[in-house]
Design a binder for this molecule. Sequence first.
Ligand code: NAG
Ligand code: NAG
Length: 170
Amino acid sequence: MEVCLKLTGLLLGMLLSDWLTAVLSRDFTLADIIQLHLSATPHPGGFKCFTCEDAEDNYSCNRWAPDKYCPEDSRFCYTRHWMNADGESVSVTKRCVSLDECVSTGCVQHEVHMVCTSCCEGNICNLPVPWNKTAAIFSTNSPLNRVIRASPGKITSLSIILFFMLNYFN
Ligand SMILES: *[C@@H]1O[C@H](CO)[C@@H](O)[C@H](O)[C@H]1NC(C)=O
Ligand SMILES: *[C@@H]1O[C@H](CO)[C@@H](O)[C@H](O)[C@H]1NC(C)=O
């Protein structure tokens, strides 16, 4: 057990120094760190989604939707968009979801209707609605992803550090 703890400590130390190098090499800004901690939210990793059930279209959904904090067991923002045969909006539903509701994004034909669903990761990321399969995807734009784009070499260490941090906080 103790050996295990020491090894974990050593690993963390190595990863942290790696991470500090990443910070010093500029891709990590103070803003990123604040976003990663999200300490002002009701629970760690708290975020909001546009939320509406069967709204007439994108505009009325976003207009009336309270962008409230998502429950703790959700990770993504979900959008489902029904269109009629003329390609006009019939129904828009947006809500907070967990991963299992995001595995089948895309567009399917339901009789005369086309139904496109999309998922995204990040605070209030479900602003638009998907009109075709180009947009009906599962996308992430979280701070973690920005880090990944900025610094490919640090992906693994950062994910592991985040994993540790999340475990500590939970
Ligand atoms: C949905 O509505 C928002 C404004 O509430 C707008 O910014 C966005 O472009 C719209 N997207 C689509 C695909 O209609
Ligand atoms: C999908 O819709 C977007 C606008 O909502 C449009 O720019 C794009 O060309 C469309 N793609 C296809 C394959 O129809």
